[in-house]
Write a protein that binds this ligand. Structure first.
Ligand SMILES: Nc1ncnc2c1ncn2[C@@H]1O[C@H](COP(=O)(O)OP(=O)(O)OP(=O)(O)O)[C@@H](O)[C@H]1O
Ligand SMILES: [Mg+2]
Length: 285
């Protein structure tokens, strides 16, 4: 069974001057090795939850734990916390601090008390992993928004966190870049980093996530295996979240054809079902 990495216990957070809490009585656990998607409408609290998880905001009430140890908010504890948990912001402009790509990636590494040789090695490896060698010396303000996102993610991953938090990672990315990002995330996950992604993109969450958290007005509505969440059509409709396109098409197929089959997660799985018109293959999950 997977172990709990991060846990929220009855966490609430109210922004200074706000009358309503942005996060209310939140209980949730992030399991090691699971791909978790956080879904919900604009303003439901996804980014706030990630900021709380990264220690950028301090819970108004409740507590956050890493492998059972509570988060403390003094500088050295936060520094250690952020070596385990990396956050790629919704807006990369908020994250990038240096003049060039290479300098920005090095910036975080310089805070890790590593030797110069190790910083140089990690920088080289990160530029290679994220295909940034050709733009390593480019000023950040000369990059497109999609390129800035890649640099911001590279800067976080250079620190080798155990948990990666991504806030709307596919915003501003075209289809090709989104595909590249997903390949990149598979590589990151396979190397042992657990990923949590806040996203509006239901299709992406459906194809990618093992576990889904649904927020509504700062409260937790669902935290369940993805398959279970997407089976709750009534709840998703009630929240006006809609359905993933593939699932909508699936439910539009004749019931007799769908009989005994699990909904496909990808177009490729749907094709497997049709199996040249012989609909006998039933995948086991
Ligand atoms: N700096 C702030 N000061 C006051 N209220 C804020 C601040 N930032 C966010 N909020 C409020 O907190 C609530 C949650 O915002 P948050 O940004 O976490 O939502 P979100 O789910 O990430 O939305 P989106 O999908 O648009 O990114 C919203 O009601 C928002 O108006
Ligand atoms: Mg947000």
């Amino acid at each position: 069974m997977s172990s709990v990495l991060l846990e929220f216990q009855t966490v609430s957070y109210t922004y200074p001057g706000a009358t309503q809490p942005a996060i209310q009585h939140l209980n949730l656990a992030i399991l090691a090795g699971q791909k978790t998607a956080i879904l919900g409408h604009n303003g439901c609290g996804k980014s706030t939850l990630l900021f709380l998880a990264d220690g950028l905001y301090r819970c108004s009430t409740g507590a956050i734990f890493w492998k059972g140890e509570p988060l403390h908010y003094h500088a050295s504890a936060l520094n250690q916390w952020r070596q385990r948990i990396g956050l790629a912001f919704q807006d990369p402009e908020q994250q990038l601090v240096a003049a060039t790509v290479a300098e920005d990636i090095s910036y975080g590494l310089c805070n890790l008390s590593l030797s110069k040789a190790e910083i140089a090695q990690r920088l080289r490896q990160t530029l290679q992993d994220f295909s940034l060698q050709d733009i390593a010396d480019r000023p950040l303000h000369h990059l497109s928004l999609g390129q800035k996102r890649r640099v911001a993610l590279a800067g976080v991953m250079a620190l080798q966190p155990e948990l990666l938090l991504l806030d709307e990672p596919t915003a501003y990315l075209d289809r090709l870049q989104t595909r590249h990002l997903l390949t990149e995330l598979d590589r990151i996950q396979a190397n042992g980093t657990t990923i949590v992604m806040a996203t509006h993109d239901l299709d992406l969450a459906y194809a990618w996530a093992d576990w889904v958290i649904v927020l509504h007005r700062g409260r937790l509505v669902l935290s369940e295996p993805a398959q279970q969440v997407f089976a709750q059509v009534d709840v998703l409709n009630q929240l006006q979240l809609g359905m993933p396109t593939l699932l909508e098409c699936w439910y539009a197929l004749p019931a007799a054809w769908r009989d005994r089959r699990l909904p496909p997660k990808t177009i490729a799985e749907l094709w497997q079902y049709s199996d040249n018109g012989n609909c006998s293959a039933v995948p086991q999950r």
